[in-house]
Design a protein around this ligand. Structure first.
Ligand code: HAM
Length: 425
């Protein structure tokens, strides 16, 4: 039997129902903002992405599905839609002296390492606006994303991070300063960062390596290089977002993996899908039309990762069906049912403002933790033979991989939970 190619998604009937629903909800919101649908080809000349997305980005360097056409032309399956949408609108005369608001949906292809939420064929719904340079359109697009999350009932599961990269010049100056700072430290950088130092140094800010992050503590900071006009634009955006009641966090390390961005960049992130947290990302790309051979035209947009939006919708619905809790007390071993009930009771007195749910219905710990996750609980707690022997309580922080799992005395455990909930407000 020939199997599916790794990372290419099969979407079976029962999943396809949810896909339809999510896709329809999002496109309705986008149409409601008066964006016009366009349909982009799957194949483009490789050069479009090399010039558009950037020769030294991971996408172009190592993730494209590139093939030679029969006449020798190098073609690539589209890894994203922004470069194609610029190409298409420019080629047909839709950009000169006009404004456009468009959207597209469909599969994109990147040769990435597949895992939950990350596939080699994945789906995006993207929206792009051209010919508008103010922060108002940035805010409209962010507001559009927010309206999509509300339509899907996932707005409490996502947070917005924003940053400004400044003008092209500011970015260039920052890039040089970063390279000068990091060059003498090159031996201490992780392998990926060393490679990026001369190709795409700003991506080093994204490194997950703790040693590299430590070196970056004293590095020049992007906000110090951003020009006054960009700051004004960014302040304008923040005011509008406040006015719209959309919560956001500034993240000066948010640089994005595609080269075309200038000024505003943003990501919608969830902690509910494990490692693949970005469900939507975008920003302003005022230089791209020119870079691809057109007249200077401002552009801004985003793309929602539909695979991730669907996964998140599923989690939200499971959670709603399950009923919400803050702390979930597991009973992995019925022998400790009484201890678990006492623990739940004591937690209720110790944490009067939190919802403490005791697991019922048996099953192994893995299954119970899955249920705990579905209630949206921050923490699962249990007593088993080992913790009973050691007279401790085992705590698993379900939303914080760094804190992970720990064993504490009962009183220390309650205090730990109390502090955690206080910190969260
Ligand atoms: P991007 O950050 O590369 O941006 O992708 C946007 C979203 O697509 C991500 O936040 C994620 O949800 C989803 N995505 C990306 N790669 C994968 C994958 N391998 N598997 C599943 N989902 C994935 C862009 O593509 C830009 N064109 C966005 C944009 C539009 N900027 C301006 N306009």
């Amino acid at each position: 039997m020939v199997k599916a190619v790794r990372g290419m998604r099969d979407i079976l009937p029962e999943q396809a129902r949810r896909w339809d629903l999510v896709e329809r909800a999002i496109t309705e919101v986008i149409r409601g903002h008066a964006y016009e649908a366009i349909r982009l080809p799957l194949l483009e000349f490789t050069e479009l992405f090399a010039r558009g997305v950037g020769e030294t980005t991971d996408i172009v360097e190592k993730e494209m599905y590139t093939l030679a056409d029969r006449d020798g032309d190098s073609l690539s399956l589209r890894p994203e839609g922004t470069a194609s949408s610029v190409r298409m609108l420019q080629e047909h005369g839709y950009l000169y002296n006009q404004t456009q608001r468009v959207f597209y949906a469909g599969p994109m292809f990147r040769y990435e390492k597949p895992q939950k939420g990350r596939y080699r064929q994945f789906y995006q719904i993207g929206a792009e606006a051209y010919g508008l340079s103010g922060p108002d359109i940035d805010a409209e697009l962010i507001g559009l994303g927010w309206a999509c999350w509300q339509a899907l009932g996932i707005e409490s599961m996502v947070r917005l991070e924003i940053n400004t990269l400044g003008s092209g010049d500011a970015r260039q100056q920052y890039r040089s300063a970063l390279v000068s700072y990091l060059s003498p430290l090159v031996d201490q950088l992780d392998e990926d960062s060393r490679r990026r130092l001369h190709t795409n140094p700003m991506r080093i800010l994204d490194s997950k390596n703790p040693e590299t992050q430590r070196l970056l503590e004293n590095a020049p900071k992007l906000p110090d290089f951003v020009d006054a006009q960009s700051i004004e634009h960014f302040n304008g955006l923040k005011d509008l977002l406040r006015g719209l009641g959309i919560p956001f966090q500034e993240n000066p390390n948010l640089v994005r993996g595609l080269d075309y961005y200038t000024h505003t960049v943003f990501e919608w992130i969830t902690d509910d899908l494990g490692a693949q947290g970005a469900i939507c990302a975008g920003g302003r790309y005022d230089g791209l039309v020119e870079r691809l051979g057109g007249r200077a035209t401002p552009g801004v947009g985003f793309a929602i990762g539909l695979d991730r939006a669907v996964l998140l919708h599923e989690v939200a619905q499971e959670r709603a069906a399950e009923g919400a809790a803050d702390v979930y007390v597991c009973v992995p071993d019925q022998q400790f049912l009484e201890a678990a009930m006492q623990t739940a009771q004591a937690l209720r007195s110790g944490l009067p403002h939190q919802r403490i749910r005791l697991h019922m219905g048996g099953g192994n710990l893995k299954k119970q933790l899955k249920k705990a996750d579905a209630t949206g609980a921050q923490v699962a707690v249990w007593v088993d033979q080992q913790s009973a022997d050691e007279d401790v309580l085992t705590l698993k922080h379900l939303r914080d991989a760094v804190l992970g799992q720990e064993s504490l005395s009962f009183d220390a455990g309650v205090e730990r939970l109390r502090q955690g909930f206080v910190a969260q407000g």
